[in-house]
Design a binder for this molecule. Structure first.
Ligand code: KIV
Length: 271
């Protein structure tokens, strides 16, 4: 890609500007080259190589078994398919148990896959790690609310932040992560009013999944929004394939619906 072309690509500054201008940010997960190309061409702003691949690609019960080598393998394929979107990749469970380990593995994702940002789960306990990564030029996306890597501690996939002390803790976690240098925040499965409050309190973009319409943007797991995932899908998922007929049609409908705020609707939102 030439330097003129790359100036059209989505960067951390583009996302900050979008937040300031109240333009909704679109994001989807991808795990391979062909879907990454389609997602990128649909105009999605952030492509996330999520550790959800453990569940939707590998058929595991949780994201916990996913390894660094598997993340590097999938993120490299996705990286080859993405031209315009910002490439975000998850640090998997136990790949950032210490700041030094996070630095080594975050550096690996950046060097070996073309990821422009790495995502990690956790609140105030991750402040030292976020500061270290950012000081070494590894942009970080934090992840609060339902944190799938903590599923055994949390005791199940449940809405988080419904009680006032856990809501206050989440607000303070979000603020300290921003102060530590995080460039973006994902909020998963929390009441829409809490997500709106956190979004308004932060300067960095906040991307929601099951967090209502007032976040700066939305993310979904690709296979959920294409209606591929079998069994019971979470309340916050909409199947964009039914009614669209083609993958590219479903992706375009998603981008339009996030931008015009028709997705998520009340039926996809938690109170
Ligand atoms: O792994 C993933 O797909 C994620 C999204 C649910 C945000 O973290």
């Amino acid at each position: 890609m030439s330097s003129t072309e790359s100036s059209k690509c989505v960067t951390v500054s583009t996302l900050l500007e979008m937040k300031k201008n109240r333009q909704k940010i679109t994001s989807l997960t991808a795990y391979d080259y062909s879907f990454a190309q389609q997602i990128d061409q649909a105009g999605v702003d952030v492509v996330l190589v999520g550790d959800s691949l453990g569940m939707v690609i590998q058929g595991r019960e949780t994201t916990i078994p996913v390894t660094m080598d598997e993340m590097v393998y999938h993120a490299s394929m996705v990286g080859r398919g993405v031209e315009r979107a910002l490439l975000l990749a998850d640090l998997p469970f136990m790949s950032y148990a210490t700041p030094e380990q996070a630095l080594q593995n975050g550096g690996r994702l950046m060097k070996e896959t073309g990821a422009q940002m790495v995502k990690l789960e956790g609140g105030v306990d991750q402040v030292e790690t976020v500061s270290l990564l950012v000081s070494r030029n590894i942009p970080v996306c934090a992840h609060l609310g339902l944190q799938p890597q903590s599923i055994h501690r949390l005791g199940g996939y449940r809405v988080q932040g419904r009680e006032s002390d856990s809501a206050q803790q989440m607000i303070s976690d979000a603020l300290v992560l921003e102060q530590a240098g995080a460039s973006m925040l994902v909020l998963e499965c929390i009441p829409s009013t809490l997500a709106a409050e956190i979004t308004a309190a932060l300067d960095i973009p906040v991307i929601g999944i099951g967090a209502g319409t007032d976040c700066d943007g939305q993310v979904l797991v690709l296979y959920d929004m294409l209606g591929i995932t079998m069994g019971k899908t979470p309340r916050f998922v909409k199947d964009f394939m039914s009614g669209s007929g083609t993958v590219s049609g479903a992706l375009s409908s998603y981008v339009t619906a996030v931008r015009d705020k028709s997705f998520p609707a009340a039926e996809h939102t938690f109170q």
